[in-house]
Write a new protein. Structure first.
Length: 839
C-alpha cells in the first residue's frame, strides 16, 4: 500500500476498481467475476482448476497495469536494455510467484479462506511450464526474477515449446516418458502478440550483385520461410512496480495453405507442409549437458534467435535512424552456445539488410554480445557439420567463413607459424567431416566470456578455452551462479520465511546478505526450537507426499538424505547408491548393528536416449525394492525414488532435507544450483570440491560442510598416470562386496545380466572415478552419521548454513553481470500516476 498511494482508500483519486484494486473485498469480487465470465462457472459448479484460473486472471489484471506502465517508462526513457537469449526457461508455476511479487499473497489467502478455499490447493492446480531441462534453464528463470526485482530493463527471449520436458513415470523401476501437453487446458500467463510477427528464412542459396552505388553485395535467396509469433509472459519484480517481459516465439506456417499444391489437388501435402513448419517449436530437446546434432535443433536455435534479433532491431529503429547507438542501447547475453548463431545473424542483418559496412557491423556485434559457458563436458560442445549448416543457412556459413578468415589472419600476425594454435582456434574443425564450432564463434563474437563458478572459470581459462584466454585474457570473467530467495525460500518454505521475518524483518528478501543476521540467534533457545520444529514439519509434509505417491512409509525422524538433479554419470548418483548397498551389506552381516536411520530420496530425469543413465535409474529403483521390503533392513533404511522431478516438486523437497548430495566428479559440474537451494533451506552438504560447492564451503565454513574426494587436479593427475578401477575393486573388501552382490543378481532377482553394462563401465573404465572416491565417501558419510547423532550440533550447523548463504542470491549474480559485463543500471518504475490513468 505504501508504494501505491493512489490505490489506497484514502487517496484523492479513487480507483479501487475490479481490475486493479488491491484490497481483500475487491479481490474477492474480481475473482468471482472472472470465475463467472471467463470460466463460465459459479462457485457451485467450479472445479479446482476453474478456481485456479479465476485467481490467475485476477492476479494477471493487476500485473498488466504495471507491465504496460513499465514498458512505457522504458520506451520514454530510451533505456539500455539487457536482452537475455536462452533456448530454455524452466519457470516453475507462475501463480504463487506472481502473488508474492505483486504483494497480494496474504490478501488472496484471506479472501479465499473466507470462502472456505485454500490458496495452496489452488496453486497446486497449475501445470508448470517445463521449458527447460535442468540447471541451465532454471538459472535463466532465476535471472529473469532478479532482473525485474533489481529494476533492470530486460527482456528474455526464448522458445514457446508446445511440449516441454517430458513427464517421467516409473514402470517396473524403469523411466517411461510421456509428452508434456502443458498447454492443454489453456494458459492465463501468456499474451499472444500476433502484431509483432516476424519472418524467418531457411535454405536456398546466395547471390552476389552490384548495388546502385557500385558496391558488391550478397543476397540470400531462401527456399522456405516460417513465421514467428511472440507470446509475452509478465515477469514481475519483487514488491516493486517493475514488470519485465519474457518473449517466447512460436512457429507458424507462412500461408495457411500452399495454394499451388492445393490447386493441383494435393490437399494433404499442403496441410503437411504447414505442419512441418510448425514442428520447429513443437518440442524441447530433452538433453542436459549433451547435444544431439539434429537439424531440427539448429532450426529451433536459428528460428528463435532470428525472431529475437529482428524484434530487437525493430524496437531500436522505432527510436533511432541508424545503428550508431545500437550498442549503447542493447546488450545481448547468450545462455551457452545455443543462441550463438545470433552472432552470424546480427552480421547478416546489419551487412545484408541494413547495408552497414562489414567493419562497422563487426564492431557493433562484438560490443553487444557476451557469452556464458555452462559446461566443461566435451560431449556438450555444439558442433554442426558444415554440409548440414550450409544447406539450412547458406548465407550464415559464408559469414562465418569470412569472420574466420579475418580472425585467423589476426592470429597469424600474433602467433606466426603456429599452425597448431590456428587449427585449434579456427571456427571450422577440419577433417573428414568439417564442422562449425559454436563455442569458438561465441568467443570470437563476444566482448565478454564468463564461467558460472570460480573453479569452472579457472578450468575454462586453463583447459577448454585456453587458446582464447591466451588471445584475450581481458574478455574472461567469472560470475558465480545464484538462486532467487523469493521462490526458493519464501514460496517454498513459508514457515522458515516467517520465522526469519519475525526475527530479522523482511529485508532479506531484497538483500539476502541480511540473512546473516540470524547468526546472532544461533544460541537463542526459542529460535533454535522453532528452527527444528519447522524442519520437522517440512519433513513430515514430504513424508506424507511419499506415502501418497510411492506408498512408502518413511520415518520423519530419520536423516533425510537427498540427491535430486538430472541423471548423468558425472553427477554420480551411483556413488550414493553404492553407499546404500554398503549399509545394506553391513546390516545383513550384522543384523543388530546400530546405525543412524536414513531415508534416501532420489529424483531426476534421464535423457531418453541416454541408456546408462536410464539403467542407473532402474538400479536405484531395484535397490529401493530390495531394501524397503527387507524387514531387517527397512527398520533403519528406506529408499525412495520420486517420479517426475520438476520445479514444483523441488520446492517441496528442498525445505525437508537434512543432507544434500553434491557428489559430482571434481572438475565436471560447472556450478550446480540445487546445492545453493538446499543449503539456503538449512540442509548440510556432503560434497566434492566441484563447481560452486567450493564457494559454498568457503562461505559456510569447513566445519559446516562434509567434504570428501579427489580434487580436480588430483582427478587430472590420476587419469594422466593411468587410472585402473580394478585396483580399487581388488583392494577394497566392502567395495568388492557391493559389486559382487550386484553382479550376482542381488538386486535383479538373480538376473546376472541386467546391470552388467553398469558394472562393466565401472570395472573397465570408470570415467567418473566412482571407485577412486568410494572409500573417502563412505568415511565421510560416517562423519555425517556421527554429526546427526548429536542433534544440537546438527541444528547449529543447519542454522549456520542458511545464515551464510546470502552470497548465493541470483540478485548478487545479476548485479555482477550488470556491473562487469552489461554496464546496465536500474531504472526505477514509479507507481503510475492517477492523472495518466484512463478514466
Ligand atoms: C549446467 C551445468 O551443468 C550446471 O552445473 C550449472 O549450474 C547450470 C547453470 O549454470 O548449467 N550446464 C548445462 S548444459 N546444464 C546445466 O545445468
Amino acid at each position: 500500500y505504501q508504494k501505491h498511494p493512489h490505490r489506497t482508500s484514502e487517496a484523492a483519486v479513487q480507483i479501487e476498481d475490479d481490475r486493479t484494486g488491491m484490497n481483500v473485498e475487491t479481490l474477492r469480487r474480481a475473482f468471482l467475476d472472472n470465475l463467472y465470465y471467463i470460466q463460465g462457472k459459479d462457485l457451485q459448479l467450479a472445479t479446482p482448476y476453474d478456481l485456479y484460473m479465476a485467481l490467475s486472471y485476477t492476479v494477471r489484471d493487476r500485473l498488466l497495469q504495471r507491465w504496460l506502465h513499465t514498458q512505457e517508462v522504458y520506451l520514454q526513457q530510451d533505456v539500455r536494455s539487457v536482452c537475455y537469449l536462452s533456448a530454455e526457461y524452466l519457470l516453475g508455476r507462475q501463480l504463487g510467484n506472481a502473488l508474492i511479487n505483486v504483494g497480494l499473497y496474504e490478501q488472496a489467502r484471506a479472501f479465499l479462506k473466507e470462502m472456505n478455499l485454500d490458496l495452496r490447493d489452488l496453486m497446486e492446480q497449475e501445470i508448470e511450464p517445463g521449458l527447460g531441462n535442468g540447471g541451465l534453464g532454471r538459472l535463466a528463470a532465476c535471472f529473469m526474477d532478479s532482473l525485474a526485482s533489481l529494476e533492470i530493463p530486460a527482456i528474455g527471449y526464448g522458445i514457446r515449446y508446445e511440449f516441454g520436458i517430458f513427464a517421467q513415470s516409473i514402470r517396473d523401476g524403469w523411466q517411461v516418458e510421456q509428452p508434456d501437453r502443458w498447454l492443454r487446458y489453456g494458459n492465463p500467463w501468456e499474451i499472444p502478440r500476433p502484431e509483432y510477427l516476424v519472418e524467418v528464412k531457411f535454405g536456398g542459396h546466395t547471390e552476389g550483385y552490384i548495388d546502385p552505388a557500385g558496391q558488391y553485395r550478397v543476397s540470400w535467396v531462401n527456399d522456405r520461410s516460417v513465421l514467428g509469433t511472440p507470446y509475452d509472459y509478465p515477469v514481475p519484480g519483487y514488491r516493486n512496480d517493475t514488470v519485465n517481459t519474457l518473449r517466447l516465439w512460436s512457429a507458424r506456417a507462412t500461408e495457411d495453405f500452399n495454394f499451388q499444391v492445393f490447386d493441383s489437388g494435393d490437399f494433404a501435402r499442403a496441410v503437411a507442409d504447414k505442419t512441418y513448419s510448425e514442428n520447429i517449436t513443437k518440442v524441447l530437446y530433452p538433453n542436459d549437458n549433451t547435444y544431439q546434432g539434429r537439424e531440427l535443433r539448429l532450426e529451433q536455435q536459428y528460428f528463435f534467435v532470428s525472431c529475437s534479433l529482428q524484434d530487437i532491431i525493430r524496437r531500436y529503429l522505432s527510436y533511432h535512424s541508424d545503428f550508431e547507438s545500437f550498442a549503447d542501447k542493447v546488450t545481448l547475453q547468450i545462455n551457452d552456445t545455443h543462441p550463438s548463431i545470433g552472432i552470424a545473424e546480427l552480421m547478416r542483418l546489419l551487412v545484408d539488410e541494413y547495408l552497414v559496412g562489414w567493419d562497422k557491423a563487426w564492431q557493433i556485434t562484438r560490443r553487444v554480445f557476451a557469452y556464458t559457458n555452462h559446461t566443461l563436458l566435451s560431449e556438450a560442445l555444439e558442433r554442426w557439420p558444415v554440409a548440414l549448416f550450409g544447406n539450412l543457412l547458406p548465407r550464415h556459413l559464408e559469414i562465418i567463413y569470412e569472420i574466420n578468415r579475418r580472425f585467423l589472419d589476426e592470429v597469424r600476425e600474433r602467433f606466426p607459424e603456429d599452425e597448431g594454435r590456428i587449427a585449434r582456434l579456427s571456427l571450422i574443425q577440419e577433417g573428414s567431416q568439417k564442422q562449425v564450432r559454436m563455442a569458438n564463434l561465441a568467443c570470437v563474437g563476444s566482448h565478454a566470456i564468463n564461467g558460472v563458478a570460480q573453479l569452472h572459470t579457472e578450468l575454462l581459462k586453463k583447459d577448454v578455452l585456453a587458446d582464447f584466454y591466451a588471445l584475450w585474457p581481458e574478455k574472461f570473467t567469472n560470475v558465480t551462479n545464484g538462486v532467487t530467495p523469493r521462490r526458493f525460500l519464501l514460496l517454498s518454505n513459508p514457515k522458515l520465511a516467517l520465522l526469519l521475518s519475525e526475527r530479522i524483518g523482511q529485508d532479506w528478501l531484497k538483500d539476502l546478505d541480511q540473512i546473516g543476521r540470524i547468526e546472532s540467534l544461533v544460541a537463542d533457545p526459542a529460535f533454535r526450537s522453532a528452527w527444528q520444529q519447522i524442519k520437522d514439519d517440512n519433513k513430515r509434509d514430504l513424508a506424507e507426499y511419499i506415502l501418497q505417491f510411492n506408498q512408502i512409509e518413511v520415518d520423519p525422524d530419520s536423516l533425510f538424505d537427498i540427491q535430486v538433479k538430472r541423471f548423468h554419470e558425472y553427477k554420480r548418483q551411483l556413488l550414493l547408491a553404492f553407499f546404500i548397498v554398503t549399509l545394506y551389506n553391513r546390516l545383513k552381516r550384522q543384523p543388530d548393528l546400530e546405525i543412524v536411520p536414513r531415508t534416501f530420496i532420489f529424483g531426476g530425469k534421464s535423457a531418453p536416449g541416454y541408456a546408462m543413465a536410464k539403467l542407473i535409474i532402474k538400479f536405484i529403483n531395484s535397490v529401493a525394492r530390495v531394501v524397503n521390503s527387507d524387514p531387517q533392513v527397512s527398520r533403519h533404511l528406506k529408499v525412495v525414488f520420486l517420479a517426475n522431478y520438476n520445479v514444483s516438486l523441488a520446492q517441496r523437497i528442498y525445505p525437508a532435507c537434512d543432507l544434500s548430495e553434491q557428489i559430482s566428479t571434481a572438475g565436471k559440474e560447472a556450478s550446480g544450483t540445487s546445492n545453493m537451494k538446499f543449503a539456503l533451506n538449512g540442509a548440510l552438504t556432503i560434497g566434492t570440491l566441484d563447481g560452486a560447492n567450493i564457494e559454498i564451503r568457503e562461505k559456510v565454513g569447513p566445519d559446516n560442510f562434509f567434504l570428501f574426494g579427489l580434487t580436480a587436479q588430483q582427478v587430472y593427475d590420476l587419469k594422466a598416470r593411468g587410472y585402473n578401477p580394478r585396483d580399487y575393486y581388488d583392494s577394497n573388501a566392502e567395495l568388492r562386496e557391493v559389486v559382487d552382490r550386484i553382479s550376482a543378481g542381488g538386486f535383479s532377482g538373480g538376473d546376472t545380466n541386467l546391470f552388467r553394462p553398469l558394472l562393466d563401465s565401472l570395472l573397465y573404465r570408470d570415467d567418473y572415478l566412482v571407485f577412486a572416491d568410494y572409500q573417502a565417501y563412505i568415511d565421510c558419510q560416517e562423519q555425517v552419521s556421527q554429526a546427526f547423532r548429536d542433534r544440537e550440533r546438527w541444528l547449529t550447523m543447519s542454522i549456520l548454513n542458511s545464515a551464510r548463504m546470502g552470497y548465493f542470491s541470483s540478485d548478487r549474480s545479476i548485479r555482477e553481470y550488470s556491473r562487469n559485463i552489461w554496464q546496465s543500471e536500474p531504472v526505477p518504475v514509479e507507481p503510475e500516476s492517477p492523472a495518466i490513468r484512463p478514466a
